[in-house]
Design a protein around this ligand. Structure first.
Ligand code: BGC
Length: 751
């Protein structure tokens, strides 16, 4: 088997052009202040600035262990996470500012992932909207709420490409695609950071987890990553680079190793790529205790060595491990870490504090009045509802079961997710209220139903793994189904079955849900499956037998209203899958931009042996990347090319006219796919190279034009340089991957 090439040094040879973000422009006043401060800091105080510790949270609110408070007082901690509310952050800030020798303000970080208090759909759900304005808006609202509570810095966006649905953290990213992932990374960074880091309603963003965390073997969280450098560069790194281009202020390292080196000790990733090649100006934090974890990884013989490896590789701040705190001074004394290395890291962190305006006024973000006026603002709740309905994907709608007919007077909501507040907001809704605020599907439907329509509920089944085989609750659910005109089956996964440390070896509906679903369908009543989940599920039986399926992800605080908006037809679904849905876990990893192989299945007669196929399952996925239905229909014209060839400095345009041929207004995500037929290394069968989401009234047509440049066709070539190659290409414009709505057309890229 071919070995993954060792990281080649050419990656560092040429610093690329990356525009300096506005916040990183030179600032002589800042430099003078930091020079003066650093001249007065002891080594221990400097190391304190490199230390990030967590606050705890109890039912009464956030708390700080006494030892931590002592650490703040003695200047041994420069940043705190998991602490929020204006009151509490002010209290901690006061200790740092008034009770430490130098009064350096604390930096407050937090996992504001898909909303802070007002929770939006999980990140994968938002990605399904393919709507950059909506995604940016969600990050903007999150920043407004979080900053009012004293938070300066969010550990988001997670830009890890994820192609393995077993991995629970697939729910936290933007899905499987590099192009979409880049766009979403940029939208989120802009949303959090706005145009001005000093504005008190913006927060620093963090691109995480650097890098290749999504490639964990067998989808098991924290597991080894062993991919080629080409795959790293072409698939996993681009969204991080897009975050740098968007001006992201910080990076977080990942838990995994890459090419035998844990990311928190990887000079290749943290210095050669991030600093030298991309010119990143911000600071790098580790993931939670990931320096410590270099010991069990077998990369460091003890914590002292781990700390040295991390700081020398380019890690500025140690999250929660206290490795720097306990060991770095000694490493400096013994000559294994230079003072200059410490100083550089300290300067980056002080710069972030300065740029936020904390040296002018350390309390400027925490504002009890603003907090009161900001959290759960009606316009934020409305935005959360709007983003939620934009994120939902209609997977099936046989016989136009949806939208619900006015004649459906008795609606049954059945399933463990039909009336479950905690599940609505999904995982990593850290500051979110899980118990009281979320609107359930039952509540949403009841709020929307006209008088004369009843909406009743029976749980019927359980998503607990242990419920498999049980029929408890079926009788009640079937009795309700028998009395109803239509059944809304709300099924899927419990909220914490995705997210961190939530890998599965099966993608099926857990518990006894599918057994109940089969019984519900057998009643002969129309059934709509509303799926709530943070990963692709292998719902093959449902895809053939349940007339309508809506994927609602975990839709957030206003989720129940958003589901009702779609089921009643107040909003026409427009989401498209950002990730491939396999038929069975056995197809994983499966993604739309695979390679052809030397024996593609199409070369053989149906059922032929000795082609690349399974004996027992088709190669095709259940639902393709980019797929999603609408209540209306769209027709695509043939593609027109501006010309059939382009030179090195040229460009080419490709257009198609899309017509709404149905009876309702609707949005369509028009997608451009390209295939590079031959390369110095083999090329994927298709790659997304553009998309546009357009709204069309019934009967309306719009011509969508994409412009491609040679750089859009670049990849890591055989000699490991990045660039395009002359040759033949095919492109097509379509409503999803693989669905060649328009006949592919060819063009040439010439030298
Ligand atoms: C996660 C990060 C998160 C951090 C802080 C870690 O376990 O991997 O994504 O930002 O905790 O809560």
């Amino acid at each position: 088997m071919a070995q993954a090439p060792a990281p080649s040094t050419d990656v560092t040879a040429v610093a690329e052009e990356h525009a300096t973000p506005a916040w990183a422009r030179p600032d002589a006043k800042m430099d003078a202040l930091i020079d003066d401060l650093m001249a007065r800091m002891t080594l221990d105080e400097k190391i304190g600035q490199l230390t990030l510790l967590t606050s705890d949270w109890e039912s009464t609110g956030p708390t700080m262990r006494d030892t931590y408070k002592q650490d703040i007082k003695s200047g041994r901690v420069g940043a705190i996470f998991n602490a929020y509310t204006a009151k509490y952050t002010t209290e901690l800030q006061r200790v740092a500012v008034e009770e430490t020798r130098l009064g350096i303000p604390l930096l407050f970080g937090y996992d504001v992932i898909h909303g802070h208090r007002t929770i939006f759909p999980i990140s994968l759900g938002e990605a399904a909207s393919w709507d950059m304005q909506a995604i940016e808006k969600s990050a903007r609202v999150s920043a407004q709420e979080a900053s009012a509570e004293g938070i300066h810095w969010t550990f988001s966006p997670m830009v890890d490409i994820a192609r393995d649905a077993r991995w629970g953290r697939i729910s936290e990213g933007a899905g499987e695609d590099v192009y979409l992932g880049r766009k979403i990374a940029a939208a989120r960074v802009h949303g959090y950071q706005g145009d001005d880091l000093r504005a008190t309603d913006t927060v620093l963003a963090t691109a995480k987890h650097f890098a290749a965390y999504g490639a964990a073997q067998a989808g098991r969280d924290y597991h080894t990553v062993d991919i080629s450098e080409r795959t790293l560069r072409d698939v996993y790194l681009p969204p991080f680079e897009a975050a740098v281009d968007a001006g992201v202020a910080s990076f977080m390292t990942s838990f995994n190793e890459y090419d035998g080196v844990p990311a928190s000790g990887s000079k290749y990733l943290l210095t050669d790529v991030l600093r030298d090649k991309w010119g990143f100006d911000g600071f790098v934090v580790t993931d939670y205790t990931s320096i410590n974890e270099m010991v069990p990884h077998g990369y460091s013989k003890n914590l002292a060595q781990a700390g040295e490896q991390a700081i020398n590789a380019g890690v500025d701040m140690d999250m929660q491990g206290a490795v720097y705190m306990e060991n770095l001074a000694n490493s400096v004394a013994e000559g294994r870490v230079d003072t200059a290395t410490i100083d550089r890291a300290v300067r980056r962190i002080l710069e972030a504090k300065y740029r936020l305006g904390l040296f002018e006024d350390p309390y400027r973000y925490a504002d009890a009045e603003r907090e009161k006026a900001t959290l759960y603002k009606p316009e934020f709740l409305e935005a959360a509802r709007d983003v939620a309905r934009r994120s939902m994907v209609l997977l099936r709608n046989e016989g136009d079961v949806l939208p619900l007919a006015a004649a459906a007077k008795k609606i049954a909501v059945i399933g463990p997710l039909g009336d479950s507040k905690p599940d609505m907001i999904g995982s990593w809704a850290a500051g979110g209220d899980r118990q009281t605020r979320p609107v359930t599907i039952l509540e949403g439907l009841r709020a929307r139903a006209q008088s004369g329509t009843t909406v009743s509920y029976a749980k019927g089944a359980s998503y607990d793994f242990s419920a498999a085989g049980s029929t408890d609750g079926f009788a009640e659910a079937l009795a309700l189904a028998g009395k109803s005109d239509i059944i809304i089956a709300a099924m899927g996964e419990k909220w914490d079955m995705t997210g961190e440390a939530a890998s599965r070896t099966s993608l099926d509906l857990p518990g006894n849900q599918e057994a109940l679903l089969e019984r519900l369908v057998a009643t002969g009543k129309p059934v709509v499956l509303v799926l709530l989940s943070g990963r692709p599920n292998s719902v093959e039986w449902a895809s053939k037998n349940v007339p309508a399926i809506l994927h609602a992800w975990y839709p957030g605080t206003q989720g129940g209203h958003a589901v009702a908006d779609i089921l009643f037809g107040d909003y026409n679904p427009s989401g498209k899958l950002p990730v491939t849905f396999p038929r069975t876990v056995g197809q994983v990893p499966i993604h739309y931009d695979m390679k052809n192989t030397g024996r593609p299945i199409e070369l053989g007669a149906p059922g032929a042996k000795y082609v690349s196929r399974y004996l027992n399952t088709p190669n095709d996925p259940l639902y393709r990347f980019g797929y999603g239905l609408s209540y209306t229909d769209f027709a695509y014209s043939p593609v027109t090319l501006g010309s059939t060839s382009m030179g090195p400095r040229g460009s080419i345009t490709a257009s198609a006219t899309v017509t709404n041929t149905g009876k309702r207004a609707g949005e369509e995500v028009v997608q451009l796919y390209v295939q590079d037929l031959v390369g110095s290394v083999t090329r994927p069968v298709q790659q997304l190279k553009g998309f546009e989401k357009i709204l069309l009234q019934p009967g309306e047509s719009r011509t969508v034009t994409f412009e491609l440049h040679p750089d859009d066709l670049a990849f890591t070539r055989a000699d490991m340089t990045h660039g395009w190659e002359p040759g033949e290409f095919r492109l097509w414009i379509a409503p999803s991957s693989g669905a060649q709505a328009s006949t592919p057309v060819s063009f040439t890229l010439t030298e």
